[in-house]
Design a protein around this ligand. Structure first.
Ligand code: M6R
Length: 332
């Protein structure tokens, strides 16, 4: 299951990549849409574009695009559609609604280049993840996020050192021994828990929770840690597990959110770059070997892919083929 990084070689400095950057920089509004894991990648992409390139994206679930955005589209707007398969019905519907309402160009971020979505697109940015066989999207998620990061850098004519990401992903995979049987047991026995992220790590919390639900059938909810105190905090009692993901710069908020859970005797598992104060405040601390604000969310998501995999195997579930769902959802 763990993902590998591949997209950068195919797109960096290519004409199509530059063209996409220009279109994005000059559009009136930039809508972006996708489903499931692809939606989570574009949500992280929304943070990359705003934080790095000062460009606002308007994200939506593909199934919500028609209700929320389609009536407001004009020819000066663009749509960035994100899909591994290029065949997800909700995403195809969103593209059709964009066209029907006189929307402008469609840029697709795709893995399957022989797909219906590829045909509907003006520009295709391949994520180049090769064939992804397992139902859970893992390497394609990593590469979608990476592509958004590169795109944001492209908009301000900068580049990033991808080797740092490769090394941090490899180091994180080798950290997986920290997910011990006792960590797995504490989650399994509760059968439900939260994963919280703040700002740029919020999409990672959503994606981590999706992956864990998908392959372990345990109930796990991902949410923004700033929102947790506005209601859900009441669920916390002695030993209730709460994962908290924190980028280095958000430590001050994270400490406060950890405190809220610890005061109610919850069990806090913090995922962050090495930090003595966060470690001392948490029950379990997983140091992610990456301090870069933009690479950290991608690397942290790999940790949760491994956690989901280990939980599934521990529960006797085949993580590649969870029940009830298929790789590509071609219905409304
Ligand atoms: O092929 P797509 O990226 O359009 O698929 C969208 C979702 O169905 C997909 O990302 C799904 O959430 C994942 N397979 C879950 O791991």
């Amino acid at each position: 299951m763990p993902s590998l990084v591949g997209s950068e070689m195919c797109i960096r400095d290519s004409p199509v990549y530059r063209e996409a950057g220009k279109l994005i920089s000059s559009a009136r509004k930039i809508f972006t849409t996708g489903a499931g894991t692809s939606y989570h990648s574009l949500l992280l992409g929304t943070y990359f574009m705003s934080n790095i390139a000062n460009i606002s994206l308007l994200p939506s679930f593909a199934s919500d695009f028609q209700s929320l955005h389609a009536p407001l589209c004009t020819k000066d707007d663009i749509l960035i559609a994100v899909s591994q398969s290029g065949e997800t019905k909700d995403v195809k519907n969103a593209c059709e609604a964009f066209r029907a309402n006189n929307g402008g160009k469609i840029i697709s971020i795709l893995n399957n280049l022989n797909s219906t979505l590829a045909e509907k697109s003006d520009i295709i940015l391949p994520i180049a993840s090769d064939l992804e066989v397992s139902v859970p999207a893992t390497k394609t998620f990593t590469n979608q996020c990476l592509l958004f990061l590169l795109l944001a850098q492209q908009c301000i004519n900068k580049s990033i050192d991808i080797d740092r990401l490769k090394n941090a992903v490899e180091d994180t995979i080798s950290l997986s021994h920290r997910i011990t049987p006792s960590v797995l047991r504490s989650i399994k026995h509760r059968k439900e828990f939260y994963i919280l992220g703040f700002g740029i790590t919020y999409p990672v919390a959503l994606e981590a929770a999706l992956k864990i639900k998908e392959v372990s059938y345990l109930h796990c909810e991902g949410m923004h840690s700033g929102e947790f105190k506005h209601g859900p905090l009441s669920i916390v009692e002695d030993g209730y597990p709460v994962f908290i993901i924190s980028a280095k710069e958000d430590k001050i908020y994270t400490l406060s959110h950890i405190h809220e859970v610890k005061t109610r005797l919850g069990k806090v598992i913090t995922i962050a770059p090495e930090d003595e104060q966060l470690k001392a405040s948490s029950d379990v601390f997983v140091p992610i070997p990456c301090e870069d604000r933009y690479l950290f969310p991608i690397v942290a998501s790999v940790f949760f892919q491994i956690l989901a995999y280990k939980l599934a195997v521990d529960l006797g579930i085949d993580p590649d083929y969870p029940r009830n769902i298929s790789k590509t959802i071609t219905v409304d």
